[in-house]
Design a protein around this ligand. Structure first.
Ligand SMILES: [Zn+2]
Length: 177
């Protein structure tokens, strides 16, 4: 897998799983990415379940397979939300988890607030060929609400404090990978 240097990571790209079934579908996505699309593992770096659990996907040091537009795979990390967000909003638990994940990654890679984008925003065409991360997700609102922090002003102590808030035991991959 191609490597992603820390200084290359300048964007966070948000996605929807675009699946509105009742059951957890992370394993299905992994299987789909591996078997149908030929990826060596899931194309996203993180996956946020409806219950707020943050699952780690592809390691941050590897180029993802989640957003070809604007060569975004080579300058971003991909975060996918469980659910179909053309029809539903994120759950409160997903919002809480995203806030922590977003702040931590912004601090770690010095990603600016405006570089938190939805998949559809990576396209230059209008209208864009995709609605991802979903019609129910207003990215201007996401950028206004979630970062709550200027990445340039973060100091090391603050960063450690944020990382302390992530439950890394939740970030382990399941055995299916
Ligand atoms: Zn997407």
């Amino acid at each position: 897998m191609l490597k992603l240097k820390p200084e290359d990571i300048r964007y966070l790209v948000v996605h929807t799983a675009a699946y509105d079934g009742e059951n957890d579908n992370l394993e299905d996505i992994i299987r789909w990415h591996k078997e149908e699309r030929g990826f060596s593992t899931i194309g996203y770096h993180y996956y946020i379940r409806k219950d707020g659990t943050i699952k780690k996907g592809r390691e941050e040091q590897y180029v993802g397979a989640h957003c070809k537009a604007s060569r975004m795979n080579f300058k971003s990390l991909g975060i996918c939300f469980e659910g179909h967000h053309d029809y539903e909003e994120w759950t409160e638990d997903q919002k809480d988890s995203f806030k922590i994940l977003c702040r931590s990654l912004q601090a770690k890679y010095r990603i600016s607030d405006e570089n938190i984008i939805g998949h559809r925003e990576a396209y230059e065409q209008d209208p864009t060929p995709k609605t991802c991360p979903g019609k129910e997700i207003d990215m201007d609102e996401v950028r206004r609400i979630y970062p709550e922090m200027d990445a340039d002003k973060v100091d090391v102590e603050e960063l450690e404090e944020f990382e302390g808030k992530i439950d890394f035991s939740k970030l382990e991959l399941t055995d299916t990978l």
